[in-house]
Design a binder for this molecule. Structure first.
Ligand code: MBD
Ligand code: FE
Length: 280
């Protein structure tokens, strides 16, 4: 049997009906995309001789993994692929430049405290290295960006994020802040050095990674959204330039230009990192 089977009249009629294309009403774009998506899956079923037991195994995986879609999507490279697509669209539109974007991931929480000046992000105990970050938000011509809001979020020294911590040890919005910047676009904060993140052990994403011969770990990182009137919102992260695992990321978030080298002295790590935004 070949993929031509999908082109038979019975299957094509099934696709037209299942996607709603042959019915009255409905959302045209959704109908077309649904049809293509289902047809693509049908082709894979035929191409790989997928049998009934494998089919139901896949459905079971998707059902069991529903809570972890936000992890499965970056794990299989789709979230990074969206960045590559947006970069390519920008290049086509002549809109390149500035700090690279990279994936948001599933662990942002809205409503973090808004703070000004030298900000402390953490209520973690004082037994791990302190991270100091400073820098400036500028525009395409190097002009300071006025009135920016810098969202920052990162894991604690065990790799857990507040609001998603299985130990229940963290206070709400720990290691999450929105920094309100002034007219010079400068920011400054301190926190505790994050550790790398690992997918929940033996959860659906971790299981899939193991079956693929991969791992479910991310190197240590700090997430940012940079928002300012008149500029395009940037979603990005940094890794640490001296981290041996910096480029071994199951979620493909590490990028050139996002690997500042910390200046480590005793139990502190200092990082200078500027953000350059594109105009809206
Ligand atoms: C993370 O902390 C993260 O940033 C991503 C992209 C996926 C899983 C956990
Ligand atoms: Fe993260």
């Amino acid at each position: 049997m070949t993929e031509d089977f999908v082109q038979t009249e019975a299957v094509q009629t099934l696709l037209d009906k299942a996607s709603g294309i042959s019915e009255d009403g409905g959302n045209d774009r959704l109908q077309t995309i649904t049809r293509d998506l289902v047809e693509g899956i049908m082709k894979i079923i035929v191409r790989h001789d997928i049998n009934e037991s494998e089919f139901w195994q896949a459905i079971g995986f998707l059902q069991g993994g529903a809570d972890e879609y936000g992890l499965i999507v970056p794990a299989v490279g789709l979230e990074h692929f969206m960045d590559l697509v947006m970069d390519a669209r920008d290049a086509e539109a002549g809109k390149s430049g500035g700090t690279p974007r990279t994936i948001e991931g599933p662990l942002y929480v809205e409503g973090a405290p808004i703070v000004e000046g030298d900000a402390n992000l953490t209520s973690d105990p004082d037994d791990t290295d302190t991270l100091y970050m400073t820098g400036q938000v500028t525009g395409p011509d190097g002009e300071p960006v006025k009135g920016a809001l810098l969202h920052v979020w990162h894991a604690n020294s065990k790799g857990f994020y507040s609001h998603f911590d299985p130990t229940g040890e963290q206070t709400p919005f720990n290691n999450r802040r929105r920094l309100k910047l002034g007219d010079d676009g400068r920011y400054q904060f301190h926190s505790k050095m994050p550790a790398g993140y690992a997918c929940p052990p033996d959860g659906p994403t971790d299981q899939l990674m193991k079956m693929l011969g991969r791992h479910g770990n991310r190197p240590a990182h700090v997430h940012f959204f940079v928002e300012a009137p008149g500029y395009r919102t940037l979603t990005t992260q940094i890794n640490f330039g001296d981290d041996p695992f910096a480029k071994d990321d199951f979620a493909f978030g590490t990028r050139e230009g996002l690997l500042p080298m910390p200046n480590r002295q005793g139990d502190s790590a200092m990082i200078a990192f500027d953000f350059q935004l594109q105009r809206a």
